[in-house]
Ligand binder design. Sequence first.
Ligand SMILES: [Fe+2]
Ligand SMILES: [Fe+2]
Length: 179
Amino acid sequence: MSTKRISDQMEKVLNDQVTKEAEAAQVFLAYGSWAEGKGYPGIADFLYNHATEERDHMKKVIRYINARGGEAKIGAVSAPPANPKDLKDCLDKALQHEIDNTNAIYGIVNLAHEEKDWATFNFAQWFVKEQIEEETLIMDLIDKYNLAVDSQKEDNANLYDLDKDLGKAPQHVDIPREE
Ligand SMILES: [Fe+2]
Ligand SMILES: [Fe+2]
Protein backbone atom coordinates (compact mmCIF):
# COMPACT_ATOMS: atom_id res chain seq x y z
CA MET A 1 0.00 0.00 0.00
CA SER A 2 1.33 3.46 -0.92
CA THR A 3 2.29 5.58 2.02
CA LYS A 4 2.32 8.73 -0.06
CA ARG A 5 -0.34 11.04 1.32
CA ILE A 6 -0.06 13.92 -1.15
CA SER A 7 -0.94 13.91 -4.85
CA ASP A 8 1.79 14.04 -7.50
CA GLN A 9 0.60 17.51 -8.43
CA MET A 10 0.72 18.68 -4.81
CA GLU A 11 4.20 17.19 -4.46
CA LYS A 12 5.30 19.21 -7.50
CA VAL A 13 3.72 22.45 -6.30
CA LEU A 14 5.28 22.02 -2.84
CA ASN A 15 8.67 21.29 -4.41
CA ASP A 16 8.28 24.47 -6.50
CA GLN A 17 7.73 26.29 -3.21
CA VAL A 18 10.96 24.81 -1.82
CA THR A 19 12.78 26.45 -4.73
CA LYS A 20 10.86 29.72 -4.28
CA GLU A 21 11.84 29.95 -0.61
CA ALA A 22 15.48 29.22 -1.53
CA GLU A 23 15.31 31.93 -4.20
CA ALA A 24 13.78 34.39 -1.72
CA ALA A 25 16.74 33.66 0.59
CA GLN A 26 19.12 34.36 -2.34
CA VAL A 27 17.41 37.68 -3.04
CA PHE A 28 17.58 38.85 0.59
CA LEU A 29 21.17 37.67 0.90
CA ALA A 30 22.12 39.62 -2.24
CA TYR A 31 20.25 42.73 -1.08
CA GLY A 32 21.86 42.40 2.36
CA SER A 33 25.29 42.31 0.78
CA TRP A 34 24.37 45.32 -1.37
CA ALA A 35 23.21 47.24 1.73
CA GLU A 36 26.39 46.32 3.60
CA GLY A 37 28.51 47.59 0.71
CA LYS A 38 26.52 50.82 0.59
CA GLY A 39 27.17 51.48 4.29
CA TYR A 40 23.77 50.50 5.71
CA PRO A 41 24.74 47.93 8.37
CA GLY A 42 21.30 48.05 9.98
CA ILE A 43 19.33 47.17 6.87
CA ALA A 44 22.04 44.63 5.98
CA ASP A 45 21.45 42.85 9.30
CA PHE A 46 17.72 42.89 8.74
CA LEU A 47 18.08 41.44 5.23
CA TYR A 48 20.62 38.80 6.28
CA ASN A 49 18.30 37.70 9.10
CA HIS A 50 15.43 37.65 6.66
CA ALA A 51 17.40 35.42 4.31
CA THR A 52 17.77 32.96 7.20
CA GLU A 53 13.99 33.09 7.78
CA GLU A 54 13.42 32.12 4.15
CA ARG A 55 15.83 29.19 4.48
CA ASP A 56 13.82 28.06 7.52
CA HIS A 57 10.62 28.25 5.43
CA MET A 58 12.32 26.17 2.76
CA LYS A 59 13.22 23.49 5.30
CA LYS A 60 9.70 23.50 6.71
CA VAL A 61 8.27 22.65 3.26
CA ILE A 62 10.94 20.00 2.61
CA ARG A 63 10.14 18.28 5.89
CA TYR A 64 6.39 18.40 5.22
CA ILE A 65 6.77 16.80 1.77
CA ASN A 66 8.92 14.03 3.26
CA ALA A 67 6.61 13.57 6.25
CA ARG A 68 3.69 13.00 3.86
CA GLY A 69 5.56 10.28 2.00
CA GLY A 70 6.54 12.47 -0.95
CA GLU A 71 10.03 13.18 -2.11
CA ALA A 72 11.43 16.64 -1.52
CA LYS A 73 13.73 17.70 -4.32
CA ILE A 74 16.41 20.33 -4.02
CA GLY A 75 16.43 22.13 -7.36
CA ALA A 76 18.59 24.77 -8.98
CA VAL A 77 18.28 28.30 -7.65
CA SER A 78 18.22 31.28 -10.03
CA ALA A 79 20.73 34.08 -9.73
CA PRO A 80 19.43 37.02 -7.67
CA PRO A 81 18.21 40.12 -9.52
CA ALA A 82 20.37 43.18 -10.13
CA ASN A 83 21.23 45.41 -7.19
CA PRO A 84 18.55 47.88 -6.12
CA LYS A 85 19.01 51.51 -7.20
CA ASP A 86 18.72 52.88 -3.67
CA LEU A 87 17.26 52.06 -0.27
CA LYS A 88 13.69 52.86 -1.36
CA ASP A 89 14.05 50.59 -4.38
CA CYS A 90 15.47 47.88 -2.11
CA LEU A 91 12.46 48.02 0.24
CA ASP A 92 9.95 48.22 -2.64
CA LYS A 93 11.51 45.18 -4.32
CA ALA A 94 11.64 43.27 -1.03
CA LEU A 95 7.90 43.90 -0.61
CA GLN A 96 7.24 42.79 -4.19
CA HIS A 97 9.11 39.53 -3.52
CA GLU A 98 6.96 38.90 -0.46
CA ILE A 99 3.77 39.60 -2.42
CA ASP A 100 4.87 37.19 -5.19
CA ASN A 101 5.59 34.57 -2.55
CA THR A 102 2.19 35.14 -0.93
CA ASN A 103 0.57 34.46 -4.32
CA ALA A 104 2.53 31.19 -4.61
CA ILE A 105 1.28 30.17 -1.14
CA TYR A 106 -2.28 30.96 -2.25
CA GLY A 107 -1.69 28.59 -5.17
CA ILE A 108 -0.95 25.79 -2.66
CA VAL A 109 -4.04 26.67 -0.63
CA ASN A 110 -6.22 26.68 -3.77
CA LEU A 111 -4.91 23.29 -4.90
CA ALA A 112 -5.33 21.81 -1.41
CA HIS A 113 -8.92 23.07 -1.37
CA GLU A 114 -9.59 21.65 -4.83
CA GLU A 115 -8.15 18.26 -3.87
CA LYS A 116 -9.79 18.27 -0.42
CA ASP A 117 -6.26 17.71 0.93
CA TRP A 118 -7.08 19.19 4.32
CA ALA A 119 -3.71 18.21 5.81
CA THR A 120 -1.85 20.37 3.29
CA PHE A 121 -4.55 23.03 3.55
CA ASN A 122 -3.86 23.18 7.29
CA PHE A 123 -0.08 23.13 6.76
CA ALA A 124 -0.34 26.03 4.28
CA GLN A 125 -2.26 28.19 6.77
CA TRP A 126 0.96 28.67 8.76
CA PHE A 127 2.46 30.24 5.65
CA VAL A 128 -0.62 32.37 4.99
CA LYS A 129 -0.20 33.89 8.46
CA GLU A 130 3.58 34.17 8.05
CA GLN A 131 3.14 36.08 4.79
CA ILE A 132 0.74 38.55 6.44
CA GLU A 133 3.47 39.18 9.03
CA GLU A 134 6.25 39.53 6.47
CA GLU A 135 4.28 41.89 4.21
CA THR A 136 3.31 44.00 7.25
CA LEU A 137 6.90 44.08 8.46
CA ILE A 138 8.24 45.40 5.16
CA MET A 139 5.34 47.82 4.68
CA ASP A 140 6.18 49.21 8.14
CA LEU A 141 9.82 49.67 7.05
CA ILE A 142 8.62 51.53 3.93
CA ASP A 143 6.48 53.79 6.15
CA LYS A 144 9.55 54.49 8.32
CA TYR A 145 11.58 55.25 5.24
CA ASN A 146 8.95 57.67 3.97
CA LEU A 147 8.92 59.42 7.33
CA ALA A 148 12.71 59.64 7.45
CA VAL A 149 13.26 61.31 4.09
CA ASP A 150 11.64 64.37 2.68
CA SER A 151 10.15 64.19 -0.77
CA GLN A 152 12.94 66.23 -2.33
CA LYS A 153 16.14 64.60 -1.23
CA GLU A 154 17.54 61.91 1.03
CA ASP A 155 18.82 63.47 4.25
CA ASN A 156 21.94 61.71 5.48
CA ALA A 157 21.32 62.26 9.19
CA ASN A 158 17.80 60.87 8.90
CA LEU A 159 18.99 57.93 6.83
CA TYR A 160 21.63 57.20 9.46
CA ASP A 161 18.95 57.10 12.17
CA LEU A 162 16.67 55.07 9.93
CA ASP A 163 19.37 52.50 9.27
CA LYS A 164 19.93 52.05 13.01
CA ASP A 165 16.19 51.61 13.44
CA LEU A 166 15.92 49.05 10.64
CA GLY A 167 18.77 47.05 12.15
CA LYS A 168 16.62 46.53 15.23
CA ALA A 169 13.50 45.61 13.23
CA PRO A 170 12.13 42.24 14.34
CA GLN A 171 11.54 39.39 11.94
CA HIS A 172 8.02 38.99 13.30
CA VAL A 173 5.14 41.31 14.00
CA ASP A 174 2.01 40.62 16.00
CA ILE A 175 -1.07 40.81 13.82
CA PRO A 176 -4.18 41.56 15.86
CA ARG A 177 -6.68 38.77 15.29
CA GLU A 178 -10.35 38.56 16.11
CA GLU A 179 -11.01 35.84 18.61
FE1 LIG B 1 9.20 32.62 3.04
FE1 LIG C 1 9.32 36.06 3.17
